[in-house]
Design a protein around this ligand. Structure first.
Ligand code: PLP
Length: 398
């Protein structure tokens, strides 16, 4: 059996051993309800509050600004629906064309509820035009939701500048920071962000736990109406083991931030350089100067991304051809389409996303096999043949 080389950490990460260890006793030994009056539940409540403080520390927030949810998608939905609900007279929502489906797929729903939606465009590097943002804002704008870093390309938006523009109009600002938290430093005590979403399984905690950061004083109605949990901001008995796991993961992420931005970043850069230098017609998508340290979206022109993934699978390498949620469909990703990446390039794009668990040997393994994989696929690609024979003119946008 080939050893797995896991380069799909933006889809999900391995749960860290220290996280599993932290969670274990809270399934069968300390199973009390943190809301109970008895000591057995009370000790669990103290652990939940410890975890809340650890998550808060990772993003420079105050513990009471941390609301535990079931996932990043719930956090995004809660931020958006919970804000719009407080400003029912305002009917305009601003976001971007490159959001994750957790935000993007809310747009058709909001349109059906008579909201006017502005989806800001991006340029070829995946960056926004802040003048377009400025001119979109009006007295009718209820809120703005713009992701921190893109899950497919890793491109980081200038979130502080964006938030300042939005706040200058007195408009609430939410950012989906699911891919940014744990990879780059964030500090809510200094950044003008009202709401922020994060997800445990992107930072070595389990799937099914998330957080909505809600700045003190921000108007919000709970999406999950129910009990008094999370100070009445999210009903439902707390998922105690997962919350504790996320607390541990947040603590570890904080201690690994430097490694993520030095060793992991250098490993990613070596991988990218190796691919571009050894394989013709290979292009890195997005703004490479403003990017998450672990993410690389690489396009191998005139081949099919899905075929590359299958060949990589045979040599034990896990990667992705777009966001995890859109893979399985052969439609080019909406992110690359929004960037105007040509059809033949968007189809041949592969996302490689690293973590602190990746090694030099793993990258060597990829670099050894990838040129052969692409060559074999191009040998059977009609597009490559046409390109080589000079019959394929300038590529049409995807
Ligand atoms: N937002 C972004 C940018 C993501 O990458 C993801 C997951 O891929 C999500 C939101 C959704 O998070 P979850 O899987 O926890 O619902």
């Amino acid at each position: 059996m080939t050893k797995t080389v896991y380069l799909d950490n933006n889809a999900t990460t391995q749960v860290a051993p220290e996280v599993v260890e932290e969670m274990q006793p809270y399934f069968h030994e300390f199973y009390g309800n943190p809301s109970s009056m008895h000591t057995f539940g009370g000790q669990v409540n103290r652990k939940v509050e410890d975890a809340r403080a650890k998550v808060a520390a990772l993003i420079g927030a105050k513990p009471d600004e941390i609301i535990f949810t079931s996932c990043g998608t719930e956090s995004d939905n809660a931020a958006i629906m919970g804000t719009l609900d407080r400003y029912p007279e305002k009917r305009h929502f601003v976001t971007t064309r490159v959001e994750h489906p957790a935000v993007w797929n809310l747009c058709p729903y909001l349109r059906s509820k008579d909201y006017r939606i502005t989806e800001l465009s991006v340029n070829g590097k995946g960056q926004l035009d802040l003048e377009e943002l400025k001119s979109a804002l009006s007295d009718d704008t209820a809120m703005v939701s713009i992701m921190y870093a893109n899950n497919e390309t890793g491109v980081i938006f200038p979130i502080d500048e964006i938030a300042n523009i939005v706040k200058a109009h007195g408009i609430p600002f939410h950012t989906d920071a699911v891919q940014a938290v744990g990879k780059i430093p964030l500090d809510m005590s200094k950044q003008p962000i009202d709401m922020l979403s994060l997800s445990g399984h992107k930072l070595h905690a389990p799937k099914g736990i998330g957080v909505l950061y809600l700045r003190r004083g921000t108007k919000f109605s709970p999406l999950m109406k129910g009990g008094h949990q999370e100070k009445g901001r999210r009903g439902g008995t707390e998922n105690v083991p997962y919350i504790l796991g996320l607390g541990k993961a947040a603590e570890s992420a904080l201690s690994h931030l430097e490694e993520e931005n030095t060793r992991v970043c250098a490993l990613r850069d070596r991988m990218e350089k190796g691919l571009v230098e050894s394989i013709p017609n290979t292009i890195v998508n997005g703004d490479t100067a403003n990017r998450l340290p672990n993410t690389s979206s690489v396009c191998f022109e005139y081949v099919e991304g899905e075929s590359i993934l299958m060949m990589l699978d045979e040599i034990g390498v896990c990667a992705s051809s777009g966001s995890a949620c859109t893979s399985g469909s052969l439609e080019p990703s909406h992110v690359l389409r929004a960037m105007g990446v040509p059809f033949t390039a968007a189809h041949g794009s592969v996302r490689l996303s690293l973590s602190i668990h990746n090694t030099d040997e793993e990258i060597d393994h990829l670099l050894k096999h990838m040129p052969g994989i692409i060559e074999n696929l191009r040998n059977i690609s009609p597009f490559w043949k046409e390109y080589k024979e000079g019959r394929l003119s300038a590529s049409a946008p995807a």
